[in-house]
Design a protein around this ligand. Structure first.
Ligand code: IPM
Ligand code: MG
Length: 358
């Protein structure tokens, strides 16, 4: 029996609706497999700014630090979009990643056979896509020096992109380990033809792979070329490791391969301590509160939580199988219904729970 303390961070927009489905799934897993999960809910993002003046209140951070795993919905929305605001919802998420040392963001992208036609790309291009993006998450341009200064051309602004050797080594190792557990193929993405920071990235990544992972099939691709290859020949890639901003952009692009953002989970992991699990889609304020959001990405994030933070592989597979079963049976939320009949968040959640309960 596993005992776990799980923190729920619903956040903004559709966050509360989908996290509640995620929680129910974890509760049913605990029941069926005889575990004991306790839940605590914290505020983060825009709602936290409204309630406490900061996007990551101390109590939320403290609860996360002393938990085994965190399930997050989404943060942000037009209400907090003013670029001149003192603080932004996104800052809550960035601080949480940094404080917990979550340096690796795993974003698996695979095309569910039933949903191939929901993709804007042709069936023959995306059939069989199965990529694991490993995005560096606590360094690079997101966390470098930034500021404003006077220049000869008026006001100027800068954001520095810095990577230290040890930051590159640890994320490349994590990606290489993942590649060993898959098809043994690893691709590192950089912009070494232009950026010094990318030249260090390439050097360090190549050395780590040569010295420690010589069994892998390894290649390097420039980020602009990767943007093309990702939609022209996505099945050529298995594990892809890259820096924070390149990973942010490429994973949004990659998320279009399976057709819907609504199915893609992500895990943010550190050296030790709790992992953070979330759907990769945003807070979708346009449909918040309507009960029509697709909860499946959050459910699949809960599966990743079971696997990576609690070591419960059988349970994770059971959740993934339940989701696949529901999709195979033809059930669709509006985002993946392609204009056909659609069910709501709660109904979709209930179908997964029923499938799980067996
Ligand atoms: C993501 C998001 C975040 C990021 C935002 C919300 C800060 O786009 O998780 O990809 O840029 O990392
Ligand atoms: Mg992003």
């Amino acid at each position: 029996m596993t005992t776990a303390r799980i923190v729920l961070l619903p956040g903004d927009g559709i966050g509360p609706e989908i996290v509640s489905v995620g929680q129910s799934v974890l509760e049913v897993v605990a029941q069926r497999f005889d575990h004991e999960f306790s839940f605590e809910t914290g505020i983060i993002g825009g709602c936290a700014i409204d309630q406490s003046g900061t996007p990551l209140p101390e109590e939320t951070l403290a609860a996360c630090c002393s938990s085994d795993a965190i399930l997050l919905g989404a943060v942000g929305g037009p209400k907090w979009d003013d670029p001149s605001a003192a603080t932004r919802p996104e800052q809550g998420l960035l601080t949480l990643r940094k404080e917990l040392g979550l340096f690796a963001n795993l974003r698996p992208i695979s095309a569910h056979p039933q949903l191939v036609d929901a993709s804007p790309l042709k069936r023959e291009i995306i059939e069989g896509v199965d990529i694991l993006f490993v995005r560096e998450l606590t360094g690079g341009i997101y966390f470098g020096e930034s500021g404003r200064r006077e220049s000869s051309g008026g006001e100027a602004a800068f954001s520095e992109m810095v990577y230290q050797q040890d930051e590159i080594e640890r994320v490349v190792r994590l990606a290489a380990e993942a590649a060993r557990g898959r098809s043994g193929k690893l691709t590192s993405v950089d912009k070494a033809n232009v950026l010094e920071v990318s030249r260090l990235w390439r050097q360090v990544a190549e050395r780590v792979v040569r010295e420690e992972y010589a069994d892998l099939e390894y290649d390097v691709v420039l980020v602009d070329a990767m943007a093309m290859h990702l939609i022209s020949r996505p099945t050529d890639f298995d594990v892809v490791v890259t820096g924070n901003m390149f990973g942010d952009i490429l994973t949004d692009e990659g998320s279009m391969l399976p057709g819907s953002l609504g199915l893609l989970p992500s895990a943010s992991l550190g050296e030790s301590g709790p992992g953070l699990y979330e759907p990769i889609h945003g807070s979708a304020p346009d449909i918040a509160g309507q009960g029509i959001a697709n909860p499946l990405a959050t459910v699949l994030a809960a599966a990743m939580l079971l696997r990576h933070s609690l070591g419960l592989e059988t349970e994770a597979v059971a959740v993934e199988a339940a989701v696949a079963g529901v999709l195979d049976a033809g059930h669709r939320t509006a985002d993946i219904a392609a204009g056909g009949p659609a069910i709501g968040t709660a109904e979709m959640g209930q179908l997964v729970l029923d499938a799980l309960a067996g």
